[in-house]
Structures are given as structure tokens and as C-alpha cells.
Design a protein around this ligand. Sequence first.
Ligand SMILES: C[S@@+](CC[C@H](N)C(=O)[O-])C[C@H]1O[C@@H](n2cnc3c(N)ncnc32)[C@H](O)[C@@H]1O
Length: 309
Amino acid sequence: MSADAPGTSGKAEQRLCERLRLREHEEEVLLHAMHAGDAGRQAVVLSPRAPKDYEPPFSCASSEQFPWLPARVRIPEVGESPTRHADHAAGMYYVLDLSSCWEGSALSTLTQTPQRSLDLCAAPGGKTMLLAAQFELRDHTANEVNAARRGILRQNAELCGLPNTRITGLRPDQWGSSGELFDLVLVDAPCSGQSLLCKGIKNPGCLGSAAVQGNAKRQRGILLAAVRCVAPGGHLLYSTCTYAPEENERVMAYILRRVDGFTACEVPTLTAYQSALADFPAYRLLPHHGAGTGGFCCLLRRKGNNNII
Ligand SMILES: C[S@@+](CC[C@H](N)C(=O)[O-])C[C@H]1O[C@@H](n2cnc3c(N)ncnc32)[C@H](O)[C@@H]1O
């Protein structure tokens, strides 16, 4: 990763804001969040282990402010510490970023429970947990290439009692040539992680063009393999936690141009977040939206009839 020269990160931020075509107040909120590192907000996903009527032992915000929020997700009030409770250690809920929940909420558009699902970049397990919160897992594969992270993924899956789930560690190209088909593939891609700055996490070089271009290249490679795993009529959800259009809208535009038979799907609950940088359905969350640090998601559908069962 390359950084702008010391003392010039302001220029990189400015260039990012220009590429995002932000309005003045949006730019102000983003820059403030990047400097203050105070835009992070947690959410908890109730796990398959938690009984149907379970509620977490801390106060939660009203979900009315977040109409896209999936049913088994709660937002702890600011000041609550959900990881401190015994129920967390017992796997009753999984704690993750609110913005990550926003990305995973795009799955609510699916009209059928996936019969076979693959989470290609799964550790530590947040998107898989969100899938399990919205649909019964019938035959799920949670894949992670990094062995240490795969260990954490396995622990989380066991703790939260994920049913019908196998943990694997293949590279995306190995999946692409495996001949295995899934009616849902999740690609929560490794990215430059610019939104981490808004949580107060140092991420040197994340705004620089080398980091952004390098990640975009890796994302295109992962996606070209991932699309080969999507069954006719199946879906692929792409998401990142970075702002750069090169890693988001442009990667999706590349895939839609390069791969036949895929279209981007409208997600009615996310209409208000339609990206102005895409001429297809693609959604962008930024700190000024008040749901955490931000993220990007785009749901693709492969044409054809879903006959995976
Ligand atoms: C954004 S994180 C995934 C977070 C996870 N989906 C969740 O919600 O908890 C991206 C993951 O991709 C993995 N990764 C890194 N390089 C990769 C590659 N070339 N192909 C596939 N996965 C990769 C990382 O190890 C990391 O676990």
C-alpha cells in the first residue's frame, strides 16, 4: 500500500470527496468522521442459538430509524457494551458494525430461501450470521482463505450454533473452477477499508491510489471466479467497507460489462441509498446517513431458472 506523502493526506481526502461527488454538508460529515474516528456504531445479530422470542439484556434503539434493518438484528443504545454480557459469550448474539448490517440487509430482497449458499470471504462471520438471521441455512459454505481468520470463523460458527454449515479455505479461483453451483454467493470483498478511519482505526495509505487500484484488481479477480459459482437464477451480493468508486461501482460495472447473463437487482429497502455514481442499482451508505461508518453493496442476479434443488 502506498500513502500520500506525509502531510498531504488532506489532498487525498479532497480527491476522494471529488470522486464521490459529495455535496458540501456530506463532505463535511465525512471529513469530520475521518478525523474524529467517532462514526462507528454497533449492531447485534441474534444467532440461531437464541430462542425465537429472545431479546438481548441491554437497551436497544428503536428500529424505526432504520427501516432496512433485518428482523433479527438489534442496535444497542450508544454507551451499551454488548460484548460484556454472558449471553455474548454463550453465542446468543453476534456483534458487528451497523454498516455491515446495512450491506447484508440487501438479502431481504430474495424471495426464496437459498438452498445452497457460499460466503466466499467469510471471516470472522458477520455476513454469514446476517444470512442466518434472515433465512434458514439449508446447505451453507463459509469460506475463508486466511487460516488464522478461518479459525476465528469456525469458533464463531460453533458458538452461534450455525446449522448446516461447512467451513472451507479454498481460493476464489479454486471455487471458480470447482464446478460447484450455489443459488446465493456472498462476496464481502477485501478492500482498502477507508471507512475504518471513521471508527478511529489507523489505516495508513488507504486513501492512496496504489491501495485503491490494487484492491480493485483483486476484487475483479475474486468476482470473476465468484460469478462462475452462481447457478442460473441465483444471486451474488457484493459488498465492501470502503468509499472509493474504483472498488465499488466501477468493479460492478466491469463485471456487468465483462460477464454475460448478470443484471443488478433493485433492493426496494435501499432505494434512498442509490449511488449517483452508477447507472444500475447499487447502494452506498456514508457517515451522514447516520448508520455507522458506511459501506457499499450491489446485488446481482444470473438470468435463468433456479433449479438447484
Ligand atoms: C471484509 S473481510 C470479510 C468479512 C466477513 N464477510 C464478515 O462479515 O465478517 C474480507 C475477507 O477476505 C479475505 N481475503 C483476503 N484476500 C482474499 C482473496 N484474494 N480472496 C478471497 N478472500 C480474501 C480476508 O482474509 C478477509 O477475511
